[in-house]
Design a protein around this ligand. Structure first.
Ligand code: GDP
Ligand code: MG
Length: 593
């Protein structure tokens, strides 16, 4: 194992992690890049520039006549996946800390760095994009020195575009990162840091061996789930899976063992032998729990079974997605889905649309609440409309996050105001360097899932980076706000909101819905209510709309086209009582200004 180096790349989003990874693979001739980026293989990922699923890839590199095996473990790049990042980091001995020369240190740079330091990783700082005219490598170097307390000479200047600095990075990986340690003769202990679904082979788990060795045909046990399997195939990951007879301490590889259910392979679990098990699991294992929930309903009720099948398929690739059947008076039969966070939710929505061609209505996201009754019993509630009657509730607790925001000092005021409006509480404020500050807040997660990102972006003109983790549950005075259309409560529009904000919130909801619901042949009353009390009201006046009126007589085909277009538009409409409500109205709360 002396020739092995296991490392990852940590960076704030868009600082060039994937680009640097590609250059490393290219330089070591692991891949020939033709176009696009190799590590991100899902379309969606490429478009968003976010690595959603981590992968691992092995490179060979020669330095001073010695041959080395470098395992690059790719980490997911977004806050929603921070537990998965922590497990990938735990599988490494070193990390490249990539910082964009035009942007400097950002929120995720710091949160990922802390994670790497917690696992005692050797950090190799890299300043990327030095080819850009707006690069400020000297300033960024100062920031990195402040952050790491390292020597200037340790920092590598590089460009993923021109390839400058790439050989220096590879040399540093070999020279500075320690080889893995562990005892090859000890009982097997392998850390699962990722898994993927393959339609022919089932679930493939990626692991790093901390101690012992594993061979094809071994009887193995997954420590935390307690499930036992036969290792049908083990091997290493290059551009393809390369089967091997045996893998040993320090190796990074994959195991195929006929697993069909993605839930059986838990990131962070330990693989050991049935016959000679290790004494304890590798520490740090957690069950990831969804924190954000939303209802997902087929627009056409006959698609219900299709939707279930699609969600099941998605879950094969994505064990952190949960769903259970629910029904809504307004929307009929659908599912309540649980997501790690907002980005995760968007990804699932888009995949349902693109890969499965499902037309769905998604309701406003909410967080999970702990509802305590008068007898001290606690119930987890994932849907505001599932809240027990208010007379039975003693109090409700909601999740709080610890947020870190890095920005320049001239935006402190507006950001502070935004966070306080979101019921946030400033914890501290520290200068990163020059005029850039890091602010820490405690904020209810429920406020973040509403429209926080967009607002943060606008008040900071894009110059603020944001990172968070869920910290604790705290009691809050929450009230359920209902929306009624022509007197009928629309359960899918119910939200939980803080009592002090309820009146303003209800008024803004009504105003927004008035904008979003098209006029129809009759007046529509929109009301907001808390319990039996109406707190706001708007009316949409009736209109008679004839879309074909513009087509002066003759052109029949154009007329038909318009009608078809209107019909298609209607697919995104849901009939609530006698009112037609478009999908975007169900997300009205996200658009309140
Ligand atoms: P990631 O989100 O950290 O994986 O970032 P990417 O590797 O996807 O890079 C983000 C953007 O920066 C992409 O448009 C890259 O083409 C661009 N980029 C990355 N490295 C460099 C570099 O060294 N120079 C320049 N000019 N652009 C770069
Ligand atoms: Mg990337």
């Amino acid at each position: 194992m002396n020739e092995i180096r296991n490392f990852c790349i940590i960076a704030h989003i868009d600082h060039g992690k994937s680009t640097i990874a590609d250059r490393l693979l290219e330089y070591t001739k692991t891949i020939q890049i033709t176009e696009g980026q190799m590590l991100d293989d899902m379309d969606l990922e490429r478009e968003r520039g976010i690595t959603i699923k981590s992968h691992a890839i092995q490179m060979e590199y020669e330095l001073n006549g010695e041959k080395y095996i470098l395992n690059l473990i790719d980490t997911p790049g977004h806050v929603d996946f921070s537990y998965e990042v922590s497990r990938s980091i735990a599988a490494c001995e070193g990390a490249l800390l990539v910082v964009d020369a035009t942007q400097g240190v950002q929120a995720q740079t710091i949160s990922n760095l802390y994670m790497a330091l917690e696992h005692d990783l050797e950090i190799i700082p890299v300043i990327n994009k030095i080819d850009m005219p707006s690069a400020m490598p000297d300033e960024v170097e100062d920031e990195i020195v402040d952050l790491l307390g390292c020597d200037r000479t340790e920092i590598i200047r590089a460009s993923g575009k021109t390839g400058e600095g790439i050989p220096e990075i590879l040399n540093a990986v070999v020279e500075r990162i320690p080889h893995p340690s562990g005892n090859p003769d000890a009982p097997l202990q392998a850390l699962i840091f990722d898994s993927v679904f393959n339609s022919f082979r089932g679930i493939i788990a990626y692991f790093k061996i901390e101690n012992g060795s594993i061979a094809k045909g071994d009887k193995v046990k997954f420590y935390n789930t307690g499930m036992e399997y036969t290792a049908d195939e083990v091997g290493v990951l290059k551009m393809d899976m390369i089967p091997r007879q045996r893998l040993s301490t320090g190796d990074v590889g994959y195991i195929i063992s006929g697993i069909k259910d993605s839930k059986e392979v838990k990131v962070g679990d330990t693989i050991t032998h049935v016959a000679r098990p290790c004494e304890k699991a590798i520490s740090g294992f957690q069950e990831v729990k969804p924190m954000v929930f939303a209802g997902v309903y087929p627009i056409d009720p006959s698609d219900y079974e299709n939707l279930r099948a699609s969600l099941e398929k998605l879950q094969l690739n994505d064990a952190s997605l949960t769903f259970s059947p629910e029904s809504s008076v307004a929307l009929g039969f659908g599912f309540r889905c649980g997501f790690l966070g907002l980005l995760h939710m968007e990804i699932v929505q888009e995949r349902l649309d693109r890969e499965f061609d499902m037309d769905v209505i998604t309701t406003v996201p909410n967080v999970s609440y702990m509802v305590y009754d008068k007898h001290g019993n606690v119930k987890e509630v994932h849907n505001p409309s599932g809240l027990p009657d208010s007379t039975l509730i003693d109090h409700i607790e909601e999740p709080y996050i610890r947020a870190s925001i890095i920005t320049s000092s001239n935006f402190i005021g507006p950001i502070m105001k935004l966070c306080l409006d979101k019921r946030g509480e400033l914890i501290n404020q520290e200068y990163v360097s020059g005029n850039r500050v890091e602010l820490h807040f405690m904020i209810p997660l429920g406020e973040i899932v509403i429209d926080f990102y967009d607002k943060l972006k606008s008040v900071s003109k894009g110059y603020a980076s944001f990172d968070y983790h869920v910290d604790c549950f705290r009691p809050s005075k929450l009230a359920k706000l209902d929306i009624l259309l022509n007197g009928e409560p629309v359960d899918a529009l119910s939200t939980l909101t803080h009592q002090d904000n309820a009146a303003t919130f209800g008024r803004r909801m009504c105003e927004k819905l008035k904008e979003l619901i098209p006029r129809q042949q009759f007046d529509i009353a929109i009301q907001a209510a808390i319990g039996a009390k109406i707190i706001a009201r708007e009316t949409i006046k009736c209109v008679r709309k004839d879309v074909t009126a513009k087509c002066y007589g003759g052109d029949v085909s154009r007329k038909r086209k318009l009608l078809e277009k209107q019909k298609k538009g209607k697919k995104r409409m849901k009939q609530i009582g006698n009112v037609e409500v478009p999908q975007k109205a169900f997300l009205a709360v996200l658009k309140l200004d």
